[in-house]
Design a protein around this ligand. Structure first.
Ligand code: BTN
Length: 312
């Protein structure tokens, strides 16, 4: 166990503990303790210092591989659980293995879609990525990134009272506020497609950093589950089942679940592309996951990529 894990476990009762007590933890020394407290401060973890005592203001249970495995049950994939990484997607891309999962308590360079930053405060949310190799060509995989968002929404619904909607291609929303996002990155290798599917879900976050420029929400705010290990296991189950069932399972999921969660269906939308903007009414998706928009000049199809969608 890392020094930071042992310190936070000791502070998880929300009580003040003396530095001397923390220094006595197995494997701890004054210099390691000081460096660990500096790291936690740099990650904006609210550790209050009063004299020689410290207290974690908003203590939370940590992610645990054993807990995730036990909630997942039989067939749990290989889990690489890190305290901090640049990005779980990046780590998996560098150490790609079929079925490998990477989870982190904190990301120093979390990535969003379209080159954006994904703010990743420590010990508050879920940041997870799954690596999967699809063999035998790209046939039937074009809707994959939408299906990942949809599978995540379905899995999270049991932890959230209001309905979770999906904004094309794969943003998760509750009551007009963003709950989570998906970043699917692919590398083609001959007939194989190596996929890293990354998912960020807001669970316990109480305040967002200044770079978050849109309304956001968390599962905890909606009467939902607070146990991140349980939620992580449910998400991993949903994603690995989806991948195992591909490509037929992707088509089935999109056909059955997309219309019920599609936030743009029947609504006025504006689509921004490199060529400009188009306005119309959201009209669902086609079999390849392209967005259909009824415009004055007829129905237009938009491919996932450098396209952004705004709902009226
Ligand atoms: C978006 O809505 O823009 C997509 C956000 C995806 C964030 C997740 S967090 C885990 C994984 N690692 C990353 O760097 N990004 C994804």
């Amino acid at each position: 166990m890392s020094a930071i894990n042992s310190i936070l476990e000791r502070l998880s009762d929300g009580q003040a503990h003396s530095l001397r007590e923390l220094e006595a933890l197995p494997g701890m020394e004054a210099t390691v303790l000081a460096a660990s407290l500096d790291t936690l401060a740099a990650w904006s973890v609210e550790i209050e210092r009063v004299g020689d005592r410290v207290r974690w203001r908003s203590p939370r249970p940590l992610l645990s591989e054993a807990a995730i495995r036990s909630h997942f049950g039989a067939g749990c994939p290989e889990v690489d659980l890190r305290l901090s990484v640049d990005s779980t997607n990046q780590r998996l891309r560098e150490r790609f293995a079929h079925g490998r999962v990477c989870l982190a308590e904190h990301q120093s360079a979390g990535r969003g879609r379209r080159g954006r930053v994904w703010a990743s405060p420590a010990f508050a949310n879920l940041y997870l990525s799954v690596g999967w190799r699809f063999s035998g060509g790209l046939e039937g995989l074009s809707g994959l990134s939408l299906a990942v968002g949809l599978a995540a929404a379905e899995a999270l619904q049991s932890f959230c009272e209001p309905p979770i909607g999906v904004k094309w291609p794969n943003d998760l929303y509750v009551e007009g506020r963003k709950l989570g996002g998906v970043l699917v990155e692919t590398v083609a290798r001959g007939d194989d497609l190596n996929v890293v599917a990354g998912l960020g879900v807001n669970v316990l976050m109480e305040q967002a950093s200044p770079e978050v420029d849109q309304p956001w929400t968390t599962l905890a705010r909606h009467g939902g589950e607070r146990d991140r290990n349980r939620i992580a296991a449910a998400l991993l189950r949903a994603l690995t089942s989806l991948f195992r069932a591909a490509p037929a399972g992707i088509a089935t999921l999109l056909e059955t679940a997309w219309p019920t969660r599609d936030l743009s269906l029947g609504r006025a939308v504006t689509v921004f592309t490199e060529e400009g903007r188009s306005e119309g009414i959201g009209s669902g998706i086609d079999e390849q996951g392209r967005l259909l928009v009824a415009t004055a000049g007829g129905t237009r199809r938009f491919q996932v990529g450098d396209v952004s969608l705004r709902l009226a």
